[in-house]
Design a protein around this ligand. Sequence first.
Ligand code: PMP
Length: 302
Amino acid sequence: MGLIIYLDGEFVPEEQAVVSVFDHGLLYGDGVFEGIRAYHNRVFKLREHIIRLYESARTIGLDIPITMPEMEEVVLETCRRNGLRDGYIRLVVTRGRGDLGLDPRKCPNPTIFCIAASIQLYPEELYEKGLELVTVATRRNLPEACNPRVKSLNYLNNIYAKMEANLVGAPEAVMLNQEGYVAEATGDNIFIVKNGVLITPPPYAGILEGITRNTVMEIARQKGIPVEEKLFTRHDIYTADECFLTGTAAEVIPAVKLDGRVIGDGRPGKMTWELIHAYRELTRVDGPVIFREDERSMNCAG
Ligand code: PMP
């Protein structure tokens, strides 16, 4: 059975969920989106994702025609219509239908759609062994040109980097900013651990300010782990005690090699494991409930 998709105020079977070839999301990558997870009948960090969506829209000058609470309800109801308690949700707002010119003023009505699907999880083995990363030549977008803090539909920068990683058979790429400082991976943020301190690049390094990144920093601070947002180079990764990536799909995933250099002892580190477990715990309790009946029966069951 196909999925039920939210599209511009309606829930329709996926065959009927079609957008115009004149949609500027398609013609120009003009739009914004979020990738969100549902775990254990809850939508994890839903509020944070909705806020980031509206902030991205604000920066590209796109007025989303529904309110943030309405958008939260769109996500929850899309999950309900698909019987989804665990999965991956894609929420997209495009500039809408216009003409063949790129002027956004010709697009009066943004297109909004939401897909709630199952997720293809990374094999557990990757978490146990850790990833081998490579640095790629493609630099992360210049913030003054196309700010990585906006989660826009324009992902060519990241796709170029992914293609370079594919060429050498690496599962993820490390992207540097224009100054040569470490920015992020193609679809994940990056952290290192050095002498007990957790370090990640600041948003001004030219990165997407990941929800998972922020959650991991919050968990670490609660555990009393010192956290620093500061610029660092590849040398700092080569010489780090531990390294890991964070993202909605990957969660927290260890990295054990960069450009052929072994990081730490070449195995996922102790702090990384602690954060993986704490993050997984949090996914059980955070976010609004999708199906209320489950909540009641869960409560009755004690
Ligand atoms: N950086 C980039 C470029 C991304 O696309 C993503 C999301 N896939 C992330 C970082 C991680 O962000 P989040 O934790 O919010 O998923």
